[in-house]
Design a protein around this ligand. Structure first.
Ligand SMILES: Cc1ncc(COP(=O)(O)O)c(C=O)c1O
Length: 395
């Protein structure tokens, strides 16, 4: 008898087993807009797992701009950017984004994932090398896998290891790709050292600013601005699904590089372009990031308050340097139980378990938005204290 590719599906019981325990934390139904308070499965929760860092996902100006775009351009572009799917709104936000991050040109993909997939895979050719941080986002890994080059990983933010890897491939075309802020860990890439090494070994530097755009730097441009070295970043990637309150992904660089990506990135050429309503939202959100820096300042103040309070309670906040604060809680079961207890106490959080983290080091990833109030933060702290103590995560 021949093998059946469905066999693995029929034998896939882990999720059903977890559901039986009542600890299954995924695919819960949000029945409201995405703010600091949401309705999940019929009841109100305070959110600590959103990437809506600046709270723009329900801002009236963003909604208005999105509606206007749909009214003017319809609901879909019905095709690829390459063919019939480019409109003047796409080009407007590309110019705006390029100017914002200080690059010559930019291109807008349909998602952040598509941006990494398309840009990395077409920039790294046969006999070239892509060097990534071991904790880079999955979309970066996917982009590397789709390229014809060799993929090499260095230990997380370990500059000695990066140097060792670069030395191995000296003389080859090399692209270094790092997250600006690491999505699960909340720490910042060591851009000054990476840039030094990139120059020494003639490598190009690509920074994924998914969690740093709108958040880091005085203007909110991201990691490059934070270290005052934006010119040293050859390619800036950012997703529109976090601070930009929409969906979509940007790649910005010099115009020759963008022109090449535009004509070679398969995830741009072979997928339909971003719908007008989403582009309209990005347009307004980019203006608000520039016009309202106080959102960023408040976000960073809140993040440092939360870090201080969690530490005082006895939580391990790891090396968080951003509004992403991961709390190490123990094994997967503890993380699932903690998620459930927090949920029952009115908190919507995210557990991160193996294989995304090493065995025994599962986390509850918390993240903040500038629209959380002091009352929200106190409520969150109170519940984490209660549940953490109950489970023996803190003393
Ligand atoms: C670091 C990083 N890069 C890329 C992406 C992909 O972005 P999107 O969700 O817009 O596809 C994400 C999203 O989670 C991310 O965290």
């Amino acid at each position: 008898m021949s093998a059946d590719v469905f066999e693995k599906c029929f034998g896939f019981h882990a999720v059903d087993d977890l559901k039986q325990t009542g600890f299954y934390p995924y695919f819960h139904r949000v029945e409201s807009e995405q703010g600091p308070e949401i309705i999940v499965d019929g009841s109100k929760k305070i959110v600590v797992c959103s990437n809506n860092y600046l709270g723009l996902a329900n801002h009236p100006k963003v909604i208005e701009s999105s509606i206007l775009a749909a009214k003017n351009y319809g609901t879909s572009c019905t095709g690829s950017r390459f063919l019939n799917g480019t409109n003047d709104l796409h080009e407007k936000v590309e110019r705006k984004f390029a100017k914002f991050v200080g690059k010559e040109d930019a291109i807008l993909f349909t998602t952040g994932h598509h941006s990494n997939l398309g840009a990395i895979s077409c920039l790294v050719g046969k006999s070239e090398v892509v060097v990534t941080d071991r904790l880079d986002h999955a979309s970066i890994i996917d982009g590397c896998r789709l390229s014809f080059g060799e993929m090499v990983r260095f230990r997380h933010n370990d500059m000695k290891d990066l140097k060792r890897q670069l030395a191995r491939y000296k003389g080859k075309g090399i692209l270094i790709v790092v997250d600006g802020v690491f999505s699960m860990e909340g720490d910042i890439t060591n851009l000054p050292e990476i840039s030094k090494l990139a120059k020494k070994y003639g490598a190009r530097l690509f920074v994924d600013e998914a969690h740093s755009l709108g958040v880091l730097g005085e203007k909110g441009t991201g990691t490059g601005e934070y270290f005052n070295m934006q010119d040293d970043v050859d390619v800036v990637m950012a997703t529109a699904s976090k601070s930009l309150a929409s969906i979509g992904g940007f790649i910005a660089s010099n115009s020759k590089v963008i022109n090449y990506i535009k004509h070679n990135a398969r995830s741009m050429i072979f997928t339909a372009s971003l719908p007008p309503a989403c582009v309209g939202a990005i347009d307004a959100a980019l203006d608000l990031i520039v016009a309202e820096p106080e959102r960023r300042a408040k976000l960073m103040q809140m993040a440092s308050k939360m870090k201080k309070e969690f530490k005082a309670m006895g939580y391990n906040v790891n090396n968080s340097q951003s509004p992403i604060i991961p709390l190490t809680v123990g094994n997967d079961l503890v993380a699932f139980k903690m998620w459930r207890m927090l949920f029952d106490e009115g908190i919507f959080a995210s557990p991160v378990v193996t294989p995304a983290v090493p065995e025994g080091q599962s986390i509850i990833r918390t993240s903040y938005m500038s629209t959380h109030t002091d009352n929200h933060l106190d409520f969150i702290l109170d519940k984490f204290k209660k549940v953490g103590k109950h489970l023996g995560v803190i003393a």
